[in-house]
Design a protein around this ligand. Structure first.
Ligand SMILES: [Fe+2]
Ligand SMILES: [Fe+2]
Length: 204
């Protein structure tokens, strides 16, 4: 932890700290710069998944798109594991929504050993993901746009929290940033309920 008088100096000085957290009294304010990159990547993966669901339904290349969707879903989970390692607030929000599969509790090696392989498929089935009907597709597209904007909002608030030189403004940005993490968990849960994503077993 950094003394409050040193707050203005924070930022690049703690780049190498894997669990960097801005000290705001009793508030948890995760501020590792890699979180910005990871959330951007997560938004990109979800946008790709939504696009491929549309393509699977509206083109003759259904199997191809469903197969790639599955890979992108795994990428999303991997990114969420890395986010949860650096952002305990987001990890708590996932836990509250029952999304324990998105929380990385162990080390990288353990994750690789447990689920880098594809999920086991029913006989005669090449992919675990199914086509969505028009209503489901529309809902997934809206939810994806919502989720991507939540990730981008969190990134903006984290940057604003870092940049601000006034403590009560930093406090406000931290508070708003953490509230958006609840929305990420809620929208992710809603998408998963429709897409029935093949999730890895919980890590321990
Ligand atoms: Fe991907
Ligand atoms: Fe939000």
């Amino acid at each position: 932890m950094v003394a409050k008088k040193d707050m203005g100096k924070m930022g690049s000085s703690n780049m190498m700290d894997c669990n960097s957290m801005m000290d705001m009294g009793d508030m948890e304010c995760p501020n590792h710069p890699d979180l910005i990159l990871l959330r951007d990547a997560a938004a990109d993966e979800r946008e790709a998944i939504a696009l491929y669901f549309q393509a699977a339904r509206h083109t003759c290349m259904t199997e191809l798109f469903l197969d790639i969707i599955e890979d992108e879903m795994q990428h999303y989970v991997m990114i969420m594991h890395h986010i949860s390692m650096l952002d305990p607030v987001q990890a708590d929000k996932f836990r509250e929504e029952g999304l324990n599969e998105l929380i990385m509790k162990g080390m990288m090696k353990k994750m690789r050993a447990k689920w880098m392989q594809k999920p086991v498929m029913a006989e005669g089935k090449d992919v675990a993901v199914s086509l969505l009907d028009d209503n489901e597709l529309e809902a997934v597209c809206y939810l994806t746009k919502a989720l991507a904007s939540e990730f981008h909002a969190i990134n903006k608030y984290q940057c604003s929290m870092e940049k601000s030189e006034i403590m009560h403004n930093k406090h406000l940005f931290c508070h708003l940033m953490n509230e958006e993490k609840e929305h990420v968990a809620e929208f992710t849960k809603a998408i998963f309920e429709i897409t029935q994503e093949p999730l890895p077993p919980e890590t321990d």
